[in-house]
Design a protein around this ligand. Structure first.
Ligand code: SF4
Ligand code: SF4
Length: 108
């Protein structure tokens, strides 16, 4: 390809695609002050409907999310019957000031 007066045409600018940054799936958190089970009523809807085995365990009638098994599918949020939905989906990406505790600390 030649431009005016026979000089080679300038090369087309290289367009680089922005790297795709994969977001980790969100994590379900149960707020005990909104959760019926923590407030003295019986409720086990979230643990019954959660499709990920082991993601919600129930101890003494109270549900708890295990981050190692939660896939962030949001079903527990969608089915929670509490007047103020007790399930929140939060980012797993650590933010400034966030304290991250290991779920299964190994003894030292
Ligand atoms: S977000 Fe999905 S996998 Fe995680 S606890 Fe809720 S229902 Fe289970
Ligand atoms: S469905 Fe909602 S209110 Fe019921 S146990 Fe789960 S978080 Fe609590």
């Amino acid at each position: 390809m030649f431009g005016r007066r026979g000089a080679p045409a300038p090369a087309a600018p290289v367009v680089r695609e922005a790297p795709v940054i994969e977001e980790p799936p969100p994590l379900a958190l149960i707020l005990d002050r909104f959760c019926l089970a923590y407030q003295g009523s019986f409720c086990s809807v979230c643990s019954e409907r959660c499709p990920a085995g082991g993601a919600i365990t129930v101890e003494q009638g109270k549900p708890r999310v295990n981050p190692d098994f939660c896939t962030g599918c949001k079903i527990c949020h969608d089915v929670c019957p509490a007047p103020k939905n007790a399930v929140f989906l939060v980012s797993r990406k650590p933010r400034q000031g966030m304290v991250v505790r290991p779920t299964d600390p190994t003894p030292t």
